[in-house]
Design a protein around this ligand. Sequence first.
Ligand code: ZN
Length: 205
Amino acid sequence: MLCYFCALPVDGSICQSCERMLRPKFNWLPALPNICMGGALYAYTPVIQSVIHGMKYDGNFKLGNLIQRAIQFSDIPHLYFETDGHVCVPSHWFRQFFRGRQHIPFLFDIFKGQNLDFSSLCHRRRYSRASVGLTRKERLQSISQRFKWRGNSSIQSVTILDDVCTTGATLSAMAKLLKSNGIENVYALVIAHQPLDKSCKNRST
Ligand SMILES: [Zn+2]
């Protein structure tokens, strides 16, 4: 057989070198506005990219299983389990640009059983206008106008969960929204960090 990721001949379905890339290795993200601590579980290697793309664009959750199962409690700093709330970037956040982001709660399955309710803390308001033709800044502004925090007032700290961080613009915009709703400390945890110089300008999130 050939390795699913790199197409080298292999006994099973994934070669050892690609298998190694599926093991998380936590790193802190560079400082981001409105976020106390940001971290990523993987570098954005071709293997991780192909898992995330397979889930995001082809709905291939079997591929996502490789990451979901690889992530253990010990891979994640405790502070991420200790925040009062956990929010996945909402599935409608980039509705016009992506097909849905149900892959995020799936990948962060490790947080389930922590008494967490990913889905209910942000609530989408009706669209006021289409985002087509807006600059990125305008788009982020229009996004934050569309989302309303509806978490309990006892929630003082929140971890935002997302798939890929490039510029951190999405995380910062969401953190700003949470802070404007009275959340004191916002943390961010993403699957992969893709440093800006490697990313395509129009896709940076
Ligand atoms: Zn391989």
